[in-house]
Design a protein around this ligand. Sequence first.
Ligand SMILES: Cc1cc2nc3c(=O)[nH]c(=O)nc-3n(C[C@H](O)[C@H](O)[C@H](O)COP(=O)(O)OP(=O)(O)OC[C@H]3O[C@@H](n4cnc5c(N)ncnc54)[C@H](O)[C@@H]3O)c2cc1C
Length: 359
Amino acid sequence: MAAHDVAVIGAGPAGSTAAYRLARAGARVLLVDKARFPRDKPCGGGVTLRAARLLPFSIDPVVEDVVDRLECGLDYGPHFARTARAPLAYMTQRRRLDHFLLERAGDAGADVRQGVAVDPRELDAGVVVVADGCNGTSAKALGLAPEVAHGVALEANFPHDVRHAHTMTLEIAAVPGGYGWIFPKGDHVNVGVGGWASEGPRLRAHLRRMCDHYGIDPDTATDTRGYRLPMRRPNAALVFGNAAVIGDAAGLVDPFSGDGMYEAFLSAQLVADAVLADDLASYAAAVERRITPLTTAGWGAKLAFDRFPRTTFALARLPVTFRAVERLLRGELATPGEARGLERTTVRAIYRVAKAAGA
Ligand SMILES: Cc1cc2nc3c(=O)[nH]c(=O)nc-3n(C[C@H](O)[C@H](O)[C@H](O)COP(=O)(O)OP(=O)(O)OC[C@H]3O[C@@H](n4cnc5c(N)ncnc54)[C@H](O)[C@@H]3O)c2cc1C
């Protein structure tokens, strides 16, 4: 008999929550990470309501701000602001969030080993769940190399400013293929920029411009870090033999928003369900059903803003569009395609622009 029913490689949001779910259901789970926690990960740390709602426990102890307002500009030009009827996202720091999630997995009974690099081919486990992020090598070593395109992002922390409290600021198309953001935290604000991989050499200039525009002194930056954003290509493999790949290791970041924690938590839930049903292959179909429609919509929005920024922004700023966005971020709509009434009309109009843009 194998030493563990399941070995999970990587203890980010995907790996720790997969390990939590499996251990809670009684499986013998090994959760291994090459880093020692608390460790950081370049990330805005924004956990949308729909992401938080997927978790079987509250993340309140590590929430530093609750966002219910969106301020949105188009490449430092036209601008609108909307206040939601209820919270849209929880702001966290990944150093604290990931440590908290790892501890929940340990409390649930997972055998947690930190600061350990393993050869995935030598793990003594019935199933291997690969959750080692976008720079991970385990999938390839197991013969499972999901086809992924990459974006890039650069972020830094700046002194706290009460102007940004409870507000998510987005400057769409400030970077080709992406946007700039300002996220409020407990004692600082996180400012970042991300877009097509080809923007890599210009990200520092984009970040400086974002700071200048919002009256933030670029010279007060701390913890400036760049990282890649992995975006899965259609039909890329997710299961191979007794191994499955989840989260960023599978390239499950949303191509438009760059968010990946919702997809990390959801793919963890889907793989745990498949393992517990003794049907690992069903995980791939579940991802196609639950995550691919969002990825497709994300590509559509990304291409629409990239090719037709003014038209797409004009549609995005309609109050009825915000109602659909609000319901998506809160998890009340699973995909934009579920919108009804007037919300559906604007969503369809954006789809038409996306189609014209080549999506
Ligand atoms: C700049 C930036 C900003 C972002 N902002 C947001 C945001 O605000 N909201 C959002 O939802 N998403 C955001 N994302 C995306 C989000 O960070 C990722 O989608 C998320 O971290 C994916 O989680 P994961 O568990 O799959 O991988 P990771 O968080 O990358 O975790 C992987 C883990 O695997 C470990 N590991 C790697 N190799 C090995 C190995 N060989 N053996 C053992 N362990 C290994 C690592 O140490 C790490 O702990 C952002 C991304 C970037 C780059």
